[in-house]
Write a protein that binds this ligand. Structure first.
Ligand SMILES: *Cc1c(COP(=O)(O)O)cnc(C)c1O
Length: 357
């Protein structure tokens, strides 16, 4: 790794911008990308200078290890434009630390912090017109790392690419969401990679999720792999349950992703005197709470949607509906968190990160 003074981001600008062809009022999440991307190669045992290039295809050998052994990790973060045109990110150091934690578990070399922040900020400045004003508008940022070394021997790659691509996003209404509590399939096991944002964790969920969709659910709430008795998290979101006026969420473990939204909500709930219990949550208690009416809300928490309310769940052939609340914790906490993100409220936690001109 080069020291700070020697970091030069090598920039090649796109010959023209695609921005005029984009309908910012009708974006589908994750399908439109900005004009530029960051690419940094790991070669000869070190990360080379980060580069910014026009967004576009990359060339890899068919034997590149990522295709065969799944050495791939990613992150998801956002940038926001406030009413004074300042650009903010939300707790980006957490994402930086987490991608290295994921990398380490997949035997991928860790990425230097200065490279991450300098190249990310250079990229955001170049593509800042893609970050639109307005509550709910944001730029979704997707850093990822892949093993690029050619060769099909089952061993960690010697070469990698660290890349960052960006996609403009609107706040979206996902429609009603009903979830299935997993009875058979598992997302993650003890000692495994559930805590990492490893690509394979997501690919492995598609088939069980398709089966759940055939039964009329949109998503699965994963239960622990050993007993399927405890509720852990959703596919890309941590999960909260409100029983009477108390919020419950599962503790972080090596099976559960340490979500930044999750821990931010826990901290905020504390400020607003919403009691939170971080503990194992059994399927049994949630089914009972649904039956006796004490289960008020279930919601998912993650960067993409911030909070995603859940309307009902299914377990062992039974379907349970949640009440429609006018004053939900979900909408209260989502509004408070987003106001911090968009610089519309004080930030007592120091979570906002300014992208300086
Ligand atoms: C990304 C992710 C989350 C949410 O994490 P945030 O940091 O809040 O975006 C939760 N669970 C899984 C499995 C995830 O991949």
């Amino acid at each position: 790794m080069k020291n700070d003074a020697t970091i030069r981001i090598d920039i090649v600008k796109a010959p023209s911008s695609k921005i005029k062809s984009v309908d910012f009022e009708n974006l589908t999440f994750g399908n439109t990308f900005t004009d530029h991307m960051m690419v940094c190669d790991y070669e000869n045992g070190e990360w080379q200078q980060p580069k910014i290039r026009p967004y576009g295809p990359i060339e890899l050998e068919p034997s590149a290890k990522v295709f065969h052994y799944g050495q791939a990790v990613f992150e998801g973060m956002k940038a926001f434009r406030d009413n004074d045109d300042t650009i903010w990110m939300f707790r980006p150091e957490e994402n930086f630390n987490r991608i290295n934690k994921s990398s380490k578990r997949l035997a991928i070399p860790e990425f230097p912090k200065e490279y991450f922040f300098k190249s990310l900020e250079a990229l955001l400045k170049l593509d800042k017109d893609w970050i639109k004003k307005g509550f709910g508008n944001s730029l979704y940022i997707r850093p990822f790392v892949i093993a690029t070394e050619p060769g099909v021997s089952a061993s960690p790659g010697k070469n990698y690419k660290f890349m960052i691509i960006c996609s403009p996003a609107q706040s979206y209404y996902t429609g009603e969401v009903r979830v299935k509590f997993s009875e058979e399939f598992s997302r993650a096991a003890d000692g495994g990679v559930g805590f990492a944002k490893a690509a394979g964790n997501y690919g492995a969920q598609f088939y069980p999720t398709n089966l759940a969709k055939e039964e009329g659910f949109q998503q699965i709430i994963w239960t622990d792999a050993n007993s399927h008795e405890f509720l852990e998290e959703a596919g890309t979101m941590n999960i909260f349950f409100r029983v009477n006026d108390k919020l419950l969420t599962a503790p972080i473990s090596d099976r559960i992703l340490d979500g930044i939204t999750r821990k931010s909500l826990i901290a905020m709930a504390d400020v607003y005197d919403i009691p939170v219990e971080v503990r194992k949550i059994s399927v049994k208690e949630i089914v009972e709470a649904a039956k006796d009416g004490s289960l008020k809300e279930i919601f998912g928490a993650g960067t993409a949607a911030v909070i995603n309310p859940i309307n009902g769940f299914g377990y062992k052939g039974e379907k349970y509906e949640l009440p429609k609340l006018t004053e939900s914790y979900a909408s209260f906490l989502k509004d408070k968190l987003m106001k911090i993100q968009y610089n519309l409220a004080e930030d007592p936690f120091g979570w906002r990160y300014e992208v300086k001109e």
